[in-house]
Structure formats: structure tokens, C-alpha cells
Design a binder for this molecule. Structure first.
Ligand code: SF4
Length: 512
């Protein structure tokens, strides 16, 4: 028997410490049969794998552990006798029959016919997939509804909200949906409202729609504490600001490391400590690095022609220009940018959603790069652009992606699926074949940008969200435990004796 696990980072900064999503599968010795599993955070896999318990998985187990935002888990063709809905004891075969024999044409009809999904509802995602697959096999057009509450896909909803003037979830669902929303449509509406610049993520109309990380503007860690990652455009930081980071980390006992996105991350902050930590950082001139949620994360770069003997363009200044232009821009998924000062590609720009590489004549721009579970090299979109034209092309690309991508679709699969592929995309973005270039440019950058953390610190109502125990504000979680590691403190492993105060743990003698 084997246990295979994956701790998926939502911040994508190669910290190796973030674990918002935790997936473990227990499989037979030959890794073919599913014996059990644990999913924490994004639990969408549960409904897919639950019916397969005790049966062959039908794919490599590790393929089901893809981090959120990477490839989709493999689709599994369930045998007819597998129970899909354990509440109503409905099998996959019964669901298929509802489609093929009883004329059901959507999930609601199958629910009414079989009672599947009508009790606890946890099987509805699996049921939806099964119904849609059966409909497609029967040659029936499948609904593109986002979920059972919103009858249109994200792209259509964004366009509708943009033009309708609707600006709250309640207004949107009243006009274009039913019920009270779910874990699918609520974050999509939150993302759309953020994309359109409708208020702060913690505004009363939006706060309840956010995922955990957006809700506290920090990434949840495996021990229930949070990371603090300020923005550092171009990976640059002055000695004075570096000193502030050191002082804050020392005072709060935070584990400190350089992330893969060329900035400094601090780990182990308790929920109630976040405002005090960010007060110090904001006063020193830092702003939120938005290492949470689905906006621009960071623009990775190299020193370029400023310092490097091989550099042909000033990649650092271009990276800072782009980071300040696109910061705060929320998209269907997080996106990253890279800028290299020559073809040696030290910033690994072609692994980013937007990659820029300097040439003797200007800049080449690549799009659709991706790391993670299914790495993809970005594809060449345009060559030898001057700085302003480069920004114009990137503006258009990002705005088109935001307009036309599905929920949680990263740029790599979106570029691959674009009609005509990279050539079709080039025609729209570079050659303005659809005549929407100016519109896209107006939508891409965030001229209304405000730092979310600064705005929160100025608002007592928003700060109330950071009090975990209303009857004991300021009391830390008694279950926290830390042990020393290489001069800092980290969460104690199961069975390991730790100290509840991370500052004390840092100075403890290392146990051998
Ligand atoms: S990419 Fe080129 S300019 Fe940038 S650090 Fe590497 S060699 Fe130097």
C-alpha cells in the first residue's frame, strides 16, 4: 500500500512552504487501485474519486494530484455499477440510463428522475460531468452553464456585468441566476467585480465571495498561519527597506526566505498579527505583493544592460514598468511575467504567461508559458518591438485573455485553444484584425489601482476580519507548535515536540 501526496502552492512562488491544497491518495502496491485519500482546500477531486474507492483508478495516481491551476485531473469513465450518489444510492449506469432511456437533457432533469445529487449535493460536480459526457455521446449539445446557479459561462457573465451596471453579487444573481450561489459562481463573480475595479475585496458586498486567501489578503499555510509577501518590482529592494523586513521578521519571529518570484516572503504570521505586520511594511513604503488570489503575481527579471556585460536592453526597468502597470489586475487565473536582458534568458521568461526577451533591435514577446504540473514554453507572438509597442501588445494580450478565458483557465491552455492558435492570436493582438485593439488597451492596465493592504489598514470595519476569536481577540491558536531549523523556526512535524511561540522556538536547542 502506498500513500502519494501533493501539497499545492497557491502563490506559485516556489516557496515550498505553502499548502492551501493538500491531496493524498492511498493506493495498492501496484498503484492501480484506490484505497483511500484526503483532500483539503480545493476538494473538487473528492466527488470524482469517491465512486472509485476500491476500484482501479484508470490513470497514474500522480496525475490526480496536479496542483490547482495546472492540468485537469484525468477523466475517468465510471463503470455502470459504481455508486455516484451514495445518499440516494444512484449508480453511474442509472444516470446514463436517465439520459439515454428517459430523455433527461440536463443535470436538473437527471436529479428529478433519479434523485442523484438531491440530498447533500457533494456528488453534483461528478454528476454534471457524467451527464454532460452522456449527452455528448448521444449527440446532444451540452449546456455551458457555469454551475446550477448561473446559466452562462464566465466569458458571457463578464461581458454582461461589464455592460449592465450590476455591481453586487445579489444584483447579478437576481438578474442572471438563481439561488444563493456556490463555491463555483461566487468566486467567479468576486473575480469579475475585481477585474472591473468594483470596490475593495473586503467590501461587505464582496468579502463573503472571496476564497480564503483573498479574504485575508495572505496565503494560508499548513499550520493555519499566513505568509506575508510584499511587492518588490524588478526584484529590487533598498538597504533601508531590507532593514525594515529584517526588523519585522525578527520582531514577529517570521521564517524568512527569498521566493522564486524574486521577493522576500515571511512565514508564520498569525491572522491577528497581519494588520500590525502590514502597518510596519506599508509605513516603510511596501505594498501588497498579491501573492494570493488571481492577479498579476510578479515580473521576474535580470539586471540586464544596467550591470550585465551581455545585456542588450534594460530589462530591469522594463520589468518594473510592467509590474507597476499590471499590478492589481485580476484575471481568470494568476499570471506571471518575465523579462530577460538578452537571449541567455536568465529570467526564464519563456516559462511565464508573458515572456519578454531583449534583442539588439528591441524586445521579443512570448505568451502562454507555464510551469507547474504541465510545463509549457511560451510561444513567440511578436519580434523586435520598441518599448511602447511591447506594452501595447501585452496590454491587448492580457485584456483579451481576461475577456475570453474560462474560469481558472491559465494562459497556456487558452492560447492553445484560441481559434487559429498562436497565428490567430497574433492577428487579433498584434495586427488588430478585429479592430478592438484600443478597447483592449483601455481595459488592461489598472489606473485605478490602490494597494489593498493600505486601504484595509485605513478602515476599522475591514480590520475586524482579522480577529479569529471574537471572545478572545489576540489569543493565539493553542495548537501551534514550532521547532528550530537552520537558525529559524518552522512548524513541528506530527509527533514532534514544539514550542507554541515561534520566536521562542527559533532560539531552542535543536533536538537530535
Ligand atoms: S539574460 Fe542576458 S542580460 Fe540578463 S543576466 Fe542573463 S546574460 Fe545578463
Amino acid at each position: 500500500m502506498w500513500a502519494i501526496g501533493e501539497c499545492a502552492s497557491h502563490d506559485g512562488e516556489s516557496t515550498g512552504l505553502v499548502a492551501c491544497t493538500d491531496r493524498k491518495l492511498v493506493v495498492s502496491d501496484d498503484a492501480r487501485v484506490l484505497l483511500g485519500g484526503v483532500v483539503v482546500g480545493d476538494i473538487s477531486l473528492y466527488s470524482q474519486l469517491r465512486p472509485l474507492l476500491g476500484r482501479p483508478l484508470g490513470a497514474d495516481p500522480s496525475a490526480f494530484l496536479a496542483p490547482e491551476g495546472g492540468a485537469s485531473p484525468p477523466s475517468t469513465d465510471l463503470p455502470d455499477d459504481v455508486v455516484v450518489c451514495s445518499c440516494a444510492n444512484v449508480t453511474a449506469g442509472t444516470v446514463r440510463e436517465a439520459v439515454t432511456e428517459h430523455g433527461c437533457r440536463d443535470v436538473d432533469a437527471v436529479k428529478a428522475c433519479t434523485r442523484a445529487g438531491s440530498v447533500c449535493g457533494s456528488c453534483v460536480p461528478m454528476l454534471t460531468k457524467l451527464v454532460n459526457t452522456s449527452l455528448q455521446k448521444a449527440g446532444v449539445t451540452v449546456s455551458t452553464a457555469m454551475c446550477e446557479h448561473v446559466a452562462m459561462p464566465r466569458v458571457e457573465l463578464l461581458a454582461t456585468v461589464r455592460t449592465s451596471g450590476l455591481r453586487t453579487f445579489t444584483q447579478i444573481i437576481a438578474a442572471h441566476g438563481t439561488g444563493r450561489g456556490c463555491a463555483v459562481c461566487r468566486p467567479v463573480v468576486a473575480s469579475i467585480l475585481s477585474t472591473l475595479g468594483v470596490g475593495h475585496v473586503l467590501h461587505p458586498d464582496q468579502a463573503a465571495l472571496q476564497d480564503t486567501n483573498d479574504h485575508l489578503m495572505a496565503n494560508l499555510q499548513k499550520d493555519g498561519t499566513y505568509s506575508v509577501i510584499p511587492r518588490m518590482p524588478g526584484g529590487e529592494v533598498t538597504p533601508e527597506k531590507l532593514l525594515v523586513l529584517a526588523q519585522v521578521a525578527q520582531e514577529f519571529g517570521l521564517f524568512t526566505r527569498v521566493t522564486g518570484a524574486q521577493r522576500i516572503g515571511m512565514f508564520g504570521a498569525r491572522q491577528e498579527q497581519l494588520p500590525a505586520i502590514w502597518r510596519r511594511l506599508v509605513d516603510a513604503g511596501f505594498e501588497s505583493g498579491q501573492a494570493y488570489g488571481k492577479p498579476l503575481r510578479a515580473v521576474k527579471t535580470c539586471v540586464g544592460s544596467t550591470w550585465c556585460r551581455f545585456g542588450v536592453q534594460d530589462s530591469s526597468s522594463m520589468a518594473v514598468r510592467m509590474e507597476l502597470r499590471y499590478r492589481g489586475l485580476r484575471a481568470p487565473h494568476k499570471f506571471k511575467v518575465g523579462v530577460s536582458g538578452c537571449a541567455r534568458e536568465c529570467a526564464e521568461a519563456r516559462g511565464k504567461d508573458v515572456g519578454v526577451i531583449a534583442t539588439e533591435k528591441g524586445w521579443n514577446v512570448y505568451v502562454g508559458g507555464n510551469g507547474g504540473f504541465t510545463p509549457k514554453h511560451a510561444q513567440l507572438l511578436a519580434e523586435d518591438l520598441d518599448g511602447d509597442r511591447l506594452v501595447q501588445v501585452v496590454d491587448r494580450f492580457l485584456a483579451l485573455y481576461i475577456r475570453r478565458a474560462d474560469r481558472l483557465q491559465r494562459t497556456a491552455p487558452w492560447v492553445e485553444d484560441f481559434p487559429g492558435g498562436i497565428d490567430g492570436l497574433r492577428a487579433v493582438v498584434v495586427d488588430d484584425a478585429e479592430g478592438i485593439g484600443a478597447e483592449l488597451e483601455a481595459e488592461a492596465h489598472v489606473d485605478r489601482y490602490v494597494d489593498e493592504w493600505r486601504a484595509t489598514l485605513d478602515d476599522q470595519d475591514k480590520l475586524a476580519a482579522f480577529t479569529p476569536y471574537l471572545n478572545a481577540p489576540g489569543s493565539p491558536d493553542p495548537d501551534l507548535a514550532y521547532v528550530p531549523l537552520r537558525g529559524q523556526a518552522v512548524p513541528a512535524a506530527t509527533g514532534q515536540q514544539g514550542h507554541p511561540d515561534i520566536r521562542v522556538a527559533r532560539t531552542m536547542k535543536v533536538q537530535r
